[in-house]
Ligand binder design. Structure first.
Ligand code: NAD
Length: 500
């Protein structure tokens, strides 16, 4: 059976006292084993990073950008094989796996402009003969701990920015689909990145804790579920690190009575069921405003859902594939039962879905509930599966309140033709990323990504300007070049300098 090893200092390292199974979710079979490392494994990665980082930080940014340009070419050249590998471990369909890689690649494209992005600020003549300038300096070694659901995009968000800014990086990817992250690191080496600057260590809590406690790791970026995000944030910051930790989500799509319902149904089915709902920017809750809107929406939604094709990840006709593993399938089905028990109306039931010829695969059919109420636990918690809940609102005010008062605050979307209502919603809703007639408002690479409330701990977003801030520290220099004429008793030197 294939073994997946760490990638440290430019080479594979088999350092694995424990192993974890890597499944093919479409077949329901183990296809590889990944070796889980320890603090000793991490130390090897830190030693390599410490040795390589100073020279990289001293490499001029244009040369660093050239590596990123080459990397972009290599990812494009390897897109098909990366997407197939990704789909085989995650379960998402190959076309969607390409989207996962492409969204990461867009951050790599942003880093190709790193010389421009890293330019500091300069003020000439801030005082008599005094100039002030600021520089963005790398932190040293950064680490990333990433979830299973975007095994290419999220690692690239993190290491692309960190490395282009002059840092070394240690990635701890999800142990459920670890092959693509290793491949991404190998391709960075092929693009010309010196050894030691991008290391991949596999592991579970033991490895994560070793990262959080290691004094040479200066910053940690995390994406995963909210309880773990909070834990990472607390333990990392208690150890003096800079930490950004993004968590779970329960995103709402608000549908006003004037919305184009055909567009809404297209957008909703893609955003609720694409990737089997395993996206932090999925739309698992739809809030039609008014019973007429709800009835009209439901009438169009049900046949659209019934037409969805669930298939193996290599089926080009499939809209979505299996969920990641058996335990997760069980969890999603338990939430469906919970919502039934809580009084939700089960309109389409995806439980017990079997795909002929792939009976062991971890499939869940598309599921629709109506009349879901805000006090249901199945509404408050993240299901992370192909389950869409209709929560009816009587008024616009109620529709603004629902996502605003939900404990998660990652994304939200409003569907309407009314510009005034959309503008009002955008400014008042208490959520970090908002779409107006855009169902999955993941910001483009030159803006920044970040949810609010229990969807994000720490106050700096991923990639774009915020990513630059996260992966660098600012040094501000105030300089004067005296002309040599100073003499005598300078009493003013004893007073704090001001610009008065
Ligand atoms: P997860 O929290 O189980 O795992 C994330 C990472 O944390 C993995 O690398 C894992 O090995 C590690 N980990 C797991 N348990 C740990 C523990 N007890 N202590 C320390 N580390 C631990 O998340 P997942 O199931 O891989 O991913 C799905 C979750 O990620 C969902 O909640 C989803 O909403 C969230 N997510 C959020 C975003 C976002 O940007 N907000 C993006 C993608 C996914």
């Amino acid at each position: 059976m294939r073994s997946i090893e760490h990638f440290i200092n430019g080479s594979s390292v088999a350092d694995a006292p424990r192993q974890s199974d890597v499944w093919n979710p479409s077949q329901g079979e183990v296809q590889a084993r990944v070796g889980l490392g320890t603090s000793a494994t991490l130390q090897k990665a830190v030693d390599a990073a410490l040795a390589a980082q100073p020279a990289w930080a001293a490499t001029n940014p244009q040369r660093r950008a050239r590596v990123m340009f080459k990397y972009k070419e290599l990812i494009e050249a390897n897109m098909d094989s990366l997407a197939e590998l990704l789909a085989s471990e995650h379960g998402k369909v190959v076309a969607d796996a390409k989207g996962d890689i492409q969204r990461g690649l867009e951050v790599i494209e942003y880093t190709c402009g790193i010389p421009q992005a890293l330019k500091g600020e300069y003020t000439q003549g801030a005082g008599p003969g005094i100039d002030v300038y600021s520089m963005r300096m790398p932190l040293g070694i950064g680490a990333g701990i990433t979830p299973f659901n975007f095994p290419a995009m999220i690692p690239m968000w993190m290491f692309g920015m960190a490395i282009a800014c002059g840092n070394a990086f240690i990635l701890k990817p999800s142990e459920r689909d670890p092959s693509v992250p290793v491949r991404l690191a190998e391709l960075m080496k092929e693009a010309g990145l010196p050894d030691g600057l991008l290391n991949v260590v596999h592991g579970d809590k033991e490895m994560v804790d070793a990262i959080l406690d290691h004094e040479d790791i200066k910053a940690v970026s995390f994406v995963g579920s909210s309880d773990i995000a909070q834990y990472i944030y607390s333990r990392g910051t208690a150890n003096g690190k800079r930490v950004q930790a993004f968590g779970g989500a329960k995103n709402h799509g608000i549908v006003l009575p004037d919305a184009d319902l055909d567009q809404v149904v297209n957008d909703l089915t893609g955003a609720a069921f694409g990737s089997a709902g395993e996206r932090c920017m999925a739309l698992p809750v739809v809030v039609p405003v008014g019973d007429d809107t709800a009835a009209a929406l439901r009438e169009k939604l049900v046949p659209a859902i019934e037409k969805l094709r669930v298939g193996i990840s290599t089926d080009p006709e499939a809209h979505y594939g299996p969920v990641v593993n058996e335990a997760h399938k069980q969890r999603v089905e338990n939430y469906i039962q919970m919502c039934v028990d809580e009084g939700g109306e089960l309109v389409v039931d995806g439980r017990g879905f079997m795909l002929q010829g792939h009976e062991k695969g971890f499939f869940v059919g598309p599921t629709l509930f109506d009349h879901v109420k805000p006090h249901f636990r199945s509404y408050k918690e993240e299901i992370f599966g192909p389950v869409l809940q209709i929560v009816r609102a009587d008024t616009f005010e109620e529709a603004v309140r629902l996502p605003s008062e939900h404990e998660y605050g990652n994304g939200v979307a409003i569907f309407t033709r009314n510009g005034h209502a959309a503008r009002e919603f955008v400014s008042r809703v208490n959520v970090g990323m908002v779409g107006v007639n855009v169902p999955i408002p993941v910001p483009v690479s030159y803006h920044s990504f970040g949810g609010w409330k229990r969807s994000g701990f720490g106050d700096i977003g991923q990639y774009g300007q915020e990513g630059l801030r996260f992966w660098t520290k600012t040094k501000v220099v105030t300089q004067k070049w005296p002309d040599g004429s100073a003499a005598g008793d300078h009493k003013e030197a004893f007073i704090i300098p001001t610009m008065a």
